[in-house]
Ligand binder design. Structure first.
Ligand SMILES: [Zn+2]
Length: 253
């Protein structure tokens, strides 16, 4: 693992430094530059860099959480449902189950999709579970995850740690990577992003010949679940269920 981080560090550092001056010129704003070299480097992170950083965070989160072994019913179910989706809609995806009770799921810019056992328990219906997974993939496909990861990183202790190491994100301690990942998972998407991901979830179900109404049912269930991670970041579930119904009806016309 440590070698992997070092490997990323080498290229990340290069790109960050190379772009720093360019951004300053683009902004034409001295104050922005005075804000600190670390801030400038952070702002110039390319999509590839953010994606790499997210991959590192996920590696750490996979260590911090209990990943369902391939032999478990949870892992088997997820593997069955996501078979052939390793290259979905232009993304390279990988899927794992976290053996935690929380009702949650997330996907990161690098294409890692993590589904919590609590969500799978809440949704024994495959169409519903796949609606949530499709929704999360939508956040990645539409660039929301990338944006959220970047924003969270720029305001995180992890960025300060990287700045102290000369912008070297590869110097981040595993605890910082894990904390960053958690902060990203907890951060909220805008309502607009959620609407877009909701629609993507329906399209995802249709594309895989699954019942699109699973998206509506999933939304209702999440609305009924109390104090879950998903609910926190997915407000107004009743309204969204209704919007989903309309969207599906429109597709059938
Ligand atoms: Zn969402």
């Amino acid at each position: 693992m440590k070698r992997l981080i070092s490997l990323f560090a080498a290229c990340t550092l290069c790109i960050g430094v190379a772009h720093a001056g360019k951004l300053g010129a683009l902004l034409g704003n001295d104050k922005m530059l005075e804000a600190g070299g670390d801030a400038v480097k952070g702002l110039t992170m390319s999509s590839a860099e953010v994606s790499q950083l997210s991959a590192q965070s996920v590696v750490q989160m996979d260590k911090d959480n209990t990943v369902a072994p391939a032999s478990s019913q949870y892992a088997k179910r997820l593997a069955r449902l996501t078979k052939g989706m390793e290259h979905e809609d232009g993304l390279d995806l990988n899927f794992k189950v976290y053996m935690v009770k929380d009702v949650n799921a997330f996907a990161t810019p690098d294409g890692s999709v993590r589904v919590f056992a609590g969500l799978m328990d809440l949704m024994p219906n495959d169409n519903e579970l796949m609606a949530v997974i499709g929704h999360e993939i939508g956040h990645v496909r539409k660039g929301h995850s990338l944006e959220r990861f970047k924003t969270t990183y720029l305001t995180s202790a992890a960025r300060k740690g990287a700045a102290a190491a000369g912008g070297n994100v590869g110097a981040l301690a595993s605890s910082q990577l894990g904390a960053l990942g958690e902060a990203v998972v907890k951060a909220k998407f805008s309502r607009g992003n959620e609407t877009e991901a909701d629609k993507y979830g329906v399209d995802f179900l249709l594309r895989h010949n699954l019942d699109p109404n699973g998206a509506v049912e999933a939304m209702k269930k999440l609305g009924g679940a109390q104090k879950t991670g998903l609910l926190d970041s997915h407000p107004a579930s009743a309204q969204r269920a209704e919007a989903l119904q309309k969207y599906i009806a429109g597709k059938k016309r």
